[in-house]
Design a protein around this ligand. Structure first.
Ligand SMILES: [Ca+2]
Ligand SMILES: [Ca+2]
Ligand SMILES: [Ca+2]
Length: 446
C-alpha cells in the first residue's frame, strides 16, 4: 500500500517530481545511508538532474496487485436493468473495482455531466479545483482513497471525479424522508424512505448503480446511487443504520460554507463506523456544519428508533441544532406527529397518508407514500430501506418518467451471495481467510 499512500500524499500536496526527489534525498540522509550516496543525490538535485529520477508515473507502478475484489450483476426496475456492484477490500481497492466494473457508465457520464454542470453554474476547472481543495482536507480519507481507486479503475481522471463530488455541494435541492417503525408498521420493522428531488438535467438517473461496500474495516453498507459518485445522498449499513438528508438552503444563501465536509462524505463516515443510532449521532455532532439541512437517522436493529434532525448552520448556536424523537410535542410539525414515526415532507402531505395506513406499513406501502410526495419536475430517485431486515426498494427516474412514475426494484441484501457458497456477501465480507488472494465473498473455498 505504500505506493498508494505516496500517490495520495503527492496528489494532495501537489508536489512536483523535482521537489519530491529533493525531499526524498533529504529523508534518505536522515535514515543513515552512506554519506557519499546522499551527497551525490543532493548534488544531482541541485544541478537540476532530478529528471533522471523515475518519472512520476513510475512511483505508482511497483508491480503490486490491486487486491480486494468486485462483482457486478443486475436487478430489474420493471423491465429496466439496474446494475448492482459488490466491492470488497480497502477503500482504494473498493474504489478501483467500482471504477473497473462501472467503467463504461463513468466514462459516458462524468465528462458530459461536468460540462453541463460547469455551464449551468458558470464555473470552470480552476473554480471547481478550489472548491475541492477547500473541502478535501475535511473529507473522510476513505472517500478520497476510494476516488483515487475509482479513477484508476475507470480511466477517468481523479480531478474529474473530484469535480463531480462537488455537484451536490454547490447545488441547492429539496427532498423528503419518513421513518416508521414499531406499531406504525405491519411487521414492526423500521422502514425509512428517501425522495431525492434534485436536478433531472444532471441525468445521473440514467447511470444508476446500487453499490454494496464490504470494507476490510468498518460496517458493510449499501448506497443506491449513480456512476462516478462516492458520496452518499442516503444509505444503509449492516448494523441497521439508515441515513437520509433534505437540503433546506435556498439558492439565495449560496455560496455555502465549503471549509467543512459535505454531508455526502460524512454520511459515508457514519455508514462505515456507526453501530447504533447513539454512535451515529455522536459522529454527526463531530462534523462541522455547512448549510441548512434536515436529516432522518434510523436504527432498525440495535436501538430500534429514528430521529429527525434540523441543522441550520447560519443560525445562532442555541437555535442551530434540533433533534426530535417520534410523537414529539415540540416537533416543528406537531400536532401532526405519531408514535413510531418521524418525518420531514416540507409540507407535501405525508401526514394524512401516515394516519390512514398507520400500522400497515411495509416496503411497498412506504414506497407508495414516498412516491405520493415528490417534487414534480425534479424527482430523481425514491428509496425505501428496511433497516431491520436489510432490504431496499428503489425507483430511479428514466427517460421522460420521473422516479415517482416508475416501478421499484427490490434487493434483499442478505441474499446476495456472489460465490454461491450459501453465505451472503455481507456475512462473509472481504477478508481472505485462506490466503489465496481471493476475498471470502468471492471465494467458494473460504
Ligand atoms: Ca458467499
Ligand atoms: Ca480466499
Ligand atoms: Ca466464500
Amino acid at each position: 500500500m505504500q505506493t498508494r499512500i505516496m500517490k495520495k500524499d503527492a496528489t494532495k500536496k501537489g508536489l512536483p517530481a523535482g521537489v519530491m526527489s529533493v525531499l526524498l534525498a533529504g529523508v534518505t540522509g536522515l535514515t543513515g545511508l552512506p554519506a557519499a550516496h546522499c551527497q551525490a543525490a543532493k548534488q544531482a538535485a541541485i544541478r537540476g538532474e532530478a529528471a533522471k529520477t523515475p518519472a512520476a508515473d513510475a512511483w505508482f507502478r511497483r508491480g503490486e496487485t490491486v487486491g480486494g475484489g468486485g462483482r457486478r450483476f443486475r436487478i430489474l426496475q420493471g423491465d429496466r436493468p439496474i446494475p448492482v456492484v459488490v466491492v470488497g477490500g480497502t477503500p482504494y481497492q473498493m474504489g478501483y473495482h467500482l471504477g473497473r466494473l462501472m467503467r463504461a457508465e463513468i466514462q459516458a457520464f462524468v465528462p458530459a455531466a461536468l460540462a453541463r454542470f460547469k455551464a449551468a453554474l458558470k464555473i470552470g476547472d480552476a473554480g471547481l479545483a478550489r472548491v475541492w481543495a477547500a473541502t478535501a482536507p475535511y473529507t473522510d480519507d476513505r472517500v478520497e482513497q476510494e476516488l483515487l481507486g475509482m479513477a484508476e479503475g475507470s480511466g477517468v481522471s481523479l480531478s474529474a471525479l473530484q469535480q463531480v463530488q462537488c455537484f451536490p455541494l454547490l447545488m441547492s435541492y429539496s427532498c423528503s424522508s419518513i421513518a416508521a417503525w414499531g406499531g406504525a408498521t405491519r411487521d414492526g420493522h423500521l422502514y425509512q424512505t428517501r425522495d431525492l428531488d434534485w436536478s433531472l438535467e444532471a441525468k445521473a438517473h440514467e447511470v444508476p448503480v446500487i453499490v454494496l461496500y464490504l470494507p476490510r474495516q468498518g460496517h458493510p453498507h449499501v448506497l443506491p446511487t449513480f456512476a462516478g459518485f462516492s458520496g452518499a445522498h442516503c444509505g444503509l449499513n449492516a448494523a441497521g443504520i439508515a441515513l437520509a438528508e433534505m437540503g433546506d438552503s435556498p439558492g439565495r444563501e449560496a455560496p455555502y460554507r465549503l471549509r467543512a465536509p459535505h454531508f455526502t462524505t460524512w454520511f459515508r463516515t457514519l455508514l462505515y463506523d456507526a453501530g447504533s443510532l447513539t454512535e451515529a449521532l455522536d459522529l454527526f455532532r463531530a462534523q462541522p456544519p455547512t448549510k441548512r439541512y434536515h436529516f432522518v437517522f434510523g436504527d432498525g436493529r440495535n436501538e430500534h428508533r429514528a430521529v429527525k434532525i434540523r441543522l441550520h448552520a447560519p443560525e445562532p448556536p442555541d437555535r442551530r441544532l434540533r433533534v426530535w424523537r417520534d410523537n414529539d410535542p415540540t416537533d416543528e410539525l406537531a400536532p401532526r406527529v405519531l408514535p413510531g414515526v418521524v418525518y420531514q415532507d416540507e409540507g407535501r402531505g405525508a401526514f394524512p397518508f401516515l394516519k390512514a395506513h398507520y400500522g400497515k406499513f411495509d416496503g411497498p406501502l412506504m414506497m407508495k407514500l414516498a412516491q405520493s410526495i415528490p417534487i414534480r419536475g425534479g424527482n430523481v430517485e425514491d428509496v425505501v430501506f428496511d433497516a431491520t431486515a436489510l432490504r431496499l426498494w428503489v425507483a430511479y427516474a428514466h427517460g421522460d418518467k420521473e422516479a415517482y412514475q416508475m416501478p421499484a426494484a427490490f434487493l434483499d441484501l442478505r441474499k446476495v451471495d456472489s460465490d454461491h457458497d450459501g453465505k451472503s456477501d455481507w456475512e462473509e465480507g472481504a477478508a481472505d481467510r485462506n490466503g489465496n488472494g481471493v476475498p471470502d465473498f468471492l471465494d467458494p473455498e473460504s
